[in-house]
Design a protein around this ligand. Structure first.
Ligand code: ADP
Ligand code: MG
Length: 703
């Protein structure tokens, strides 16, 4: 049936629904309520001040406003009492709209009433219901009503919250009367039985029109299970297809000498966690399957050196490695540390490996030389920014790809760099630890390695929160440290580098630091609007100790490594995100000296307060990530959405980690036992995949 014939819809609204992707009545089954309201009697409502309720009753009185700006007040009765409902605006219309002795459903918030007076309801919406109409009669049987997200398109056709609720109800009623199972099942029967899950039809019906509010969660989780199940099926297939069909490189030369030369080159002892991860990477590289590994390790845990080991293995096997960084300063910094290391490594082992830097803004002639070296294979390790994935860059034989600070890149960029090689092994690294639930949900196709140990001798950074008014105290503290020969960062918020106002304030502060507060010291500045070589120059000066205080914006957020810097001051800390502050703080605490992080905040609201408090309490990146996810929600957690693969409507990753684990287990088991989904009992999974997840399968490169 065309939805325009559905009770309550009609031509205009049908058009609006069409634009929202609702073409058929069955499409209403995918609606998920945003909230629920209980239906109560007036007597019950009186005891529930502040609560949202719907009340069904008869109009007993319509009070005219005594002045034009006053509301029309409806008095409603239901046999248990009376309640007054003032409605502001359009009084002429309202007076005609409500008729004495007729029945209406009112939705609103119960307001406090003076003793002895009638209770009052703050009006939100109402519906005229006709108890002789069978649709309306059935509608009234439900003690809890769903409320849906109301788009502007619908509002334009006079759809109000309760109107939409009733339309959805009518759709459900129609489907229930006309089909045996209104919603097609998507999970194999065996799984439903094994985990005693209700049918899809029942779950959909009950999250929309529950018998009690308490039962909603159980049905929502059933639908969440299904969403997560299919996501995990995709991941399981992806993993399988990588293993089976795509042949990777087998880096199988002997690494005994390489290892001992590597250790000789290091001027420190690797941590146990680093060794463990190096082994994980090596065993992936040795095998013929393509490595897809996510390396998580807190700031300063020493990820770079671990990835370098992988790059050296690739080189020894005659392959190039690419190392992609999110910013130019970071690429520059890695270039310098990796070059230094490889130089010493070459000396120790009598080799001649070449490290190259490719970033935007390099002189044309230089760039052409670099591109030629990459193409000829002369360049063994190529470090760069997203310049690496441009079409003009051709590799001789790219075998190993490292992506640093993964959270800054999207999936598409990941895929592009991979395409430049013949199924190279890929190591993505992130210092923003991802809560376990999220890493399973977003990176289900990756293997995960964790460096959960900091190099010995690191002292946990002390973190303090200071009021804006205590700045002088902060500056004396900074000076105390400068006198001891240490260096300091002072960070200003330019969250969006195009913010002119922010830049101005950062620059003014810089002038004040340079000419006034820290006039006896050397003060430098870097911000994102400078050219990379200007930033590089200043950073090198800072690294060499030619600058004592570096005023900076978040361009230094990731990766920068200056062990002698022990003080990090962040002004207007309330404006930064939690993970961002954690990253900034990670710029200090990299040497043996005690480091300090001072957060200066002007105004603190509940959320920024929680962020700053968390930071003062812990330096554990995983704990911080968990809180960050809870504050921001899983979708926002990554900044920009990482992929189009993940679109949940019933799932709430914060609440559903149990469901996620179960879904993962079940999905991987199915693909393990029946990789091509040929068994009759899995037929349904195959069909749903082909019908609904073709795009994702294409995106994920699943054959
Ligand atoms: P991140 O994991 O944040 O990228 P880096 O790889 O930049 O960390 O390492 C941070 C610093 O720690 C570097 O100066 C590096 O040389 C040093 N480092 C790495 N591993 C160790 C170790 N096992 N012992 C001592 N210092 C180490
Ligand atoms: Mg790093």
């Amino acid at each position: 049936m065309d939805i325009k014939y559905l009770k309550g819809v009609g031509d205009k609204r049908a058009e609006a629904f069409l634009k929202l992707g609702v073409n058929r009545i069955e499409d209403f089954l995918s609606f998920v309520p945003r909230a629920y309201v209980r239906r109560t009697t007036i007597a019950e409502a009186r005891k529930n001040v502040g609560g949202n309720v719907v009340i069904f009753g008869k109009v007993t009185f319509v009070k005219h406003p005594s002045r034009p700006q006053h509301p029309v007040t409806i008095e409603l009765g239901d046999g248990t009492g009376l309640i007054e409902i003032p409605i502001f605006g359009a009084s002429e219309f309202r007076l005609k709209q409500f008729r004495l002795n007729e029945s209406y459903l009112f939705y609103g918030k119960v307001a406090d009433a003076y003793k002895g007076y009638n209770a009052r309801l703050d009006y939100r919406d109402h519906l005229k219901l006709n108890t002789f109409d069978e649709f309306d009669r059935d509608f009234l049987k439900y003690p809890v009503l769903p409320v849906y997200e109301l788009s502007g398109l619908l509002k334009a056709t006079w759809v109000k919250p309760l109107t939409l609720t009733r339309i959805v109800f009518n759709a459900f009623r129609y489907l229930l009367k006309n089909t045996q199972f209104p919603a097609e099942e998507k999970l194999p029967e065996r799984i439903l039985e094994e985990y005693s899950l209700p049918s899809r039809s029942e779950a959909i019906l009950r999250i929309n029109f529950p018998k009690t509010l308490e039962q909603v969660e159980q049905y929502r989780k059933r639908l969440a299970f299904e969403e997560l199940f299919y996501l995990q099926i995709l991941f399981a297939l992806k993993k399988r297809s990588i293993k089976e069909e795509v042949k990777g490189i087998s880096f199988n030369t002997d690494i005994k000498t390489l290892t001992s030369n590597f250790v000789k080159t290091l001027n420190f002892e690797l941590t146990g966690a680093q060794k463990k991860v190096i082994n994980e990477i090596y065993s992936d590289m040795k095998s013929g399957k393509v490595m897809n590994r996510l390396l998580q390790g807190d700031v300063g845990s020493g990820k770079t050196i671990v990835s370098l080991f992988g790059m050296l293995i690739a080189l020894q096997n005659g392959y190039q490695s690419a190392f992609m960084c999110p910013t130019e300063i970071l690429a520059e910094q890695h270039f310098s540390t990796i070059t230094n290391f490889v130089k010493r490594f070459n000396e120790v082992s009598g080799l001649d490996y070449k490290v190259t830097l490719l970033i935007g803004g390099q002189k044309k002639k230089l760039r052409q030389e670099i591109l030629a070296d990459i193409k000829s294979g002369k360049a063994g390790i190529i470090i760069g920014t997203h310049a690496l994935i441009q079409e003009t860059v051709e590799f001789a034989n790219l075998g190993f790809v490292v992506i640093d600070e993964q959270h800054k890149f999207g999936v598409m960029q990941r895929a592009k760099l991979k395409e430049k090689g013949l199924n190279p092994d890929v190591l993505v690294m992130t210092a923003t630890p991802i809560p376990r639930t999220l890493s399973i949900a977003y990176y289900g196709d990756l293997d995960v390695s964790v460096i959960d140990e900091l190099p010995a001798g690191r002292k946990p950074i002390h973190t303090y929160l200071k009021k804006d008014t205590a700045k002088n105290e902060v500056w004396s503290f900074v000076k105390e440290n400068l006198r001891k020969g240490r260096q300091a960062f002072i960070i200003y918020p330019i969250i969006d580098e195009s913010e002119k106002l922010d830049l101005k304030s950062a620059e003014e502060n810089y002038k004040n630091h340079k000419g006034n507060i820290f006039r006896e010291y050397k003060v430098g500045m870097v911000h994102g609007r400078m050219f990379w070589y200007e930033i590089e120059e200043t950073m090198n000066d800072f690294k060499a100790g030619k600058i004592d205080v570096l005023v900076a914006t978040t361009v230094i957020e990731v990766g920068i490594d200056i062990p002698n810097a022990t003080v990090m001051v962040v002004e207007e800390a309330q404006r930064f995100g939690l993970s961002q502050l954690h990253q900034l703080r990670g710029r200090v605490g990299r040497g043996a000296e005690q480091s300090h992080c001072i957060l200066i905040a002007k105004y603190i609201d509940e959320i920024s307060g929680k962020r700053l408090e968390t930071l003062c309490e812990t330096t554990d990146g995983f704990k911080i990530a968990q809180v960050d996810m809870e504050i921001r929600g899983p979708g926002e957690f990554f900044g920009t959405r990482q992929s189009g693969i993940l679109e949940f409507s019933a799932t709430d990753l914060i609440k559903d980690s149990d469901v996620l684990h179960k879904a993962k287990e079940v999905a991987f088991k199915i693909i393990d036992e029946d990789p091509h989904l040929r068994k009759p009992e899995n037929k349904i999974v195959r069909e749903v995949l082909l019908k609904e997840h073709k795009d994702s399968m294409y995106l994920m490169n699943i054959a």
